[in-house]
Design a protein around this ligand. Structure first.
Ligand code: ARG
Length: 616
């Protein structure tokens, strides 16, 4: 195994190239302001610095500043003229020349293009090569960030929809932690909802003790599905199964009775509470199994039930502060005036709602964790709930905390409709993973040197990785079509391709019998004479910038897209240049680039929650 090995302590970080360049641009802006060329307030600078980014095309340099166009009017100058002024001050900024070549004349309407100095790039690669963090700086000012994700409603089977929150939330948690933030992950389980009324009601009528003893979740799942049909009473569902239709005829009031059982549970009825306590361990064991398989962990699992004791006080407090009031027996917070529907926190029958629990949860988190941000990784269809929740929380005095709904779209089938089985049922998460692994077996079957059990392990990593990556590489807010065939392709932006790239990179080192630790100890000189090796080096050095961009919008697909670029740069480098057969000093330098590429790809996948394999 050629995993990460102990190495020298990380060198003091000086920030990414983009950070360094932005610092120089900031100095240039201050000087423009001081010289009266154009007034730039300190508060405007961050937005201007956003316009310093990597170039799309290497022929224009490595980074580009595009703010001259926007600032020109205020300066009363042509954009190009202003760009010249900026570039002149940029070259003079302290530290600029240590990292960058002198900028040439601005091009086009006023692009200021900047190239990283080759010696600075080689030095950065050398440092990253000996750094456990691969050159990724830690944020200067870490936040405490609560990440509320996965949060399924238990006692009903987890389905494909739950994969998104679980996988995106886990990736964000890993990335934010690696950036140096203090992360707190919390699985806000739906463990108190109507589904318990359903299984309590159903258990009393149709429960099978023996079946529960041998496979509790299967038995609860059976009851849940049956009772849902009885309670919904959809004619087409009943028509499909005469036995169910007959039960429905015998229990015409199922829907109302189920709600009564839920209400009894919430009021503290001892029998219902006892059943809830009996069912919960089985529900938890069931989802725990999935989390283990997905390699997802939580710091806390504080479900809705945990917050029940606080709900009455939440409503009372909101009423006392004049934020909530009664209307037709129910209690709500009127956010948009009296005529718009309020944010309901208590129903006329006294029951509390999802919203009430979420308010209690915010207060609890603030009290116990003092977060700077709370991220809710939840389906976009709950957008209005979170808007109202955040607004209510603000009025209630939760201030200075960034509350963010990290929303995502729907997983679709080939037909463009929400992903279902052929029979029209939602696809259970467990069988979804099974099928992914099964199909991955066919992909890894090609290798004859692999023992059967190793193949199975590899297939598990490749199959689960494919499902996760297919989700993470999407722009999270859009819907996407679930396709095993696509996600398991060995080419294109897929997990299998990335895992294969890692195995290939590390295969070179293995083939050469290279001991990676000794290679690092020997601190080889980095040679970046060929454009292909320079391009690879520069791309590898962008890791920190990419993670910063992921955080800016909470978009893991920024990372997948970049990993794909890194793999592409590596392929171009590998195809064009000899490595093991090269002469020194190129040989060691290129081996160092291989080693670093392998570690960067592996780390990138790890931050997405995706494993790698030695061979596939
Ligand atoms: N249990 C909810 C559902 O399945 C998601 C909970 C999300 N988190 C929250 N704090 N509301 O729809």
């Amino acid at each position: 195994m050629v995993g990460d090995t102990p190495m020298a302590p990380a060198p003091a970080s000086v920030g990414t190239f983009r950070d360094r360049l932005r610092q120089s641009f900031a100095a240039a802006f201050r000087s423009l302001d001081a010289d009266g060329v154009v007034p730039i307030a300190a508060a405007e600078i961050p937005a201007l610095l956003e316009q310093v980014r990597e170039t799309a095309d290497a022929k224009f340099g490595d980074y580009s500043g595009t703010m001259a166009m926007g600032l020109a009017k205020k300066a009363g100058k042509k954009p190009r003229e202003l760009a010249v002024e900026i570039a002149r001050r940029l070259s003079a900024a302290a530290g600029f020349a240590d990292t960058f070549s002198p900028p040439g004349d601005p091009v086009g309407p006023g692009f200021i293009n900047v190239r990283v100095d080759d010696a600075a790039l080689a030095a950065a690669v050398s440092a990253a090569f000996c750094d456990e963090r691969l050159g990724v700086p830690v944020v200067a000012d870490p936040d405490t960030i609560v990440i509320d994700f996965s949060s399924p409603n238990v006692a009903k089977p987890m389905h494909v929809g739950h994969i998104r929150s679980t996988v995106i939330g886990d990736a964000l948690a890993r990335i934010l932690a690696f950036r140096g933030h203090r992360t707190i992950t919390d699985n806000h389980l739906g463990d108190w909802g109507t589904q318990f009324g359903m299984i309590i009601w159903g258990w009393r009528r149709f429960g099978d003790e023996a079946a529960f003893a041998s496979d509790p979740t299967a038995e609860l799942g059976r009851i849940y599905r049956l009772v849902r049909k009885l309670a919904d009473g959809k004619p087409e569902e009943l028509a499909a199964d005469p036995a169910v239709a007959e039960l429905a005829a015998r229990h015409p009031d199922a829907g109302r009775e189920v709600l009564l059982e839920t209400a009894r549970l919430h009021e503290g009825d001892a029998d219902n509470r006892a059943l809830w306590e009996r069912f919960m361990p089985a529900c938890l064991a069931d989802i725990e199994k999935l989390y283990r398989r997905l390699d997802v962990r939580f710091d806390h699992t504080l479900g809705e039930s945990f917050f029940q004791p606080f709900l009455a006080a939440v409503v009372a407090d909101l009423e006392r502060q004049g934020l909530a009031r009664q209307s037709r027996g129910a209690t709500g917070v009127f956010l948009d005036g009296d005529d718009k529907p309020p944010f309901l926190i208590r129903k006329a029958d006294g029951a509390f709602l999802y919203a009430t629990t979420d308010l209690a949860t915010i207060r609890w988190r603030v009290e116990h964790w003092q977060p700077d941000r709370i991220l809710y990784v939840v389906d976009h269809r709950q957008g209005q709930h979170f808007e109202q929740l955040f607004e209510t929380a603000n009025r209630w005095g939760v201030e200075g905390i960034d509350l963010v709904h990290v929303a995502f779209g729907t997983v679709l089938g080939d037909d463009g409709k929400p992903f279902k089985t052929r029979a029209g049922d939602t696809v259970g998460l467990e069988s979804l993973l099974d099928e992914g692994v099964e199909r991955a077996l066919a992909v890894v079957a090609g290798d004859e040197g692999m023992a059967a059990d190793e193949r199975q392990t590899v297939a598990e990593t490749v199959g689960i990785g494919a499902i996760k990556y297919a989700d993470l590489c999407q722009n999270r807010t859009t819907d996407y079509v679930f396709s095993y065939d696509k996600m398991l392709q060995l080419t294109g932006n897929t997990a299998a391709y990335m895992q294969y790239a890692v195995a290939r990179v590390e295969g070179v080192l293995e083939k050469g019998g290279i001991d990676r630790v000794s290679l690092r100890r020997s601190a080889p000189a980095i040679v970046l004479a060929d454009p292909k090796e320079r391009a690879l080096a520069l791309e590898l050095m962008r890791f920190g910038e990419v993670l910063e961009d992921v955080e800016a919008d909470y978009r893991p697909n920024v990372l997948t897209a970049w990993l794909f670029d890194v793999a592409g740069c590596y392929s171009a480098f590998y195809d064009a240049l000899p490595i093991l057969k090269a002469a020194e000093p190129e040989r060691s330098s290129r081996l160092a680039l291989c080693d670093l590429t392998g570690r960067v790809l592996r780390k990138g996948l790890e931050l997405l929650g995706i494993g790698t394999v030695r061979k596939m």
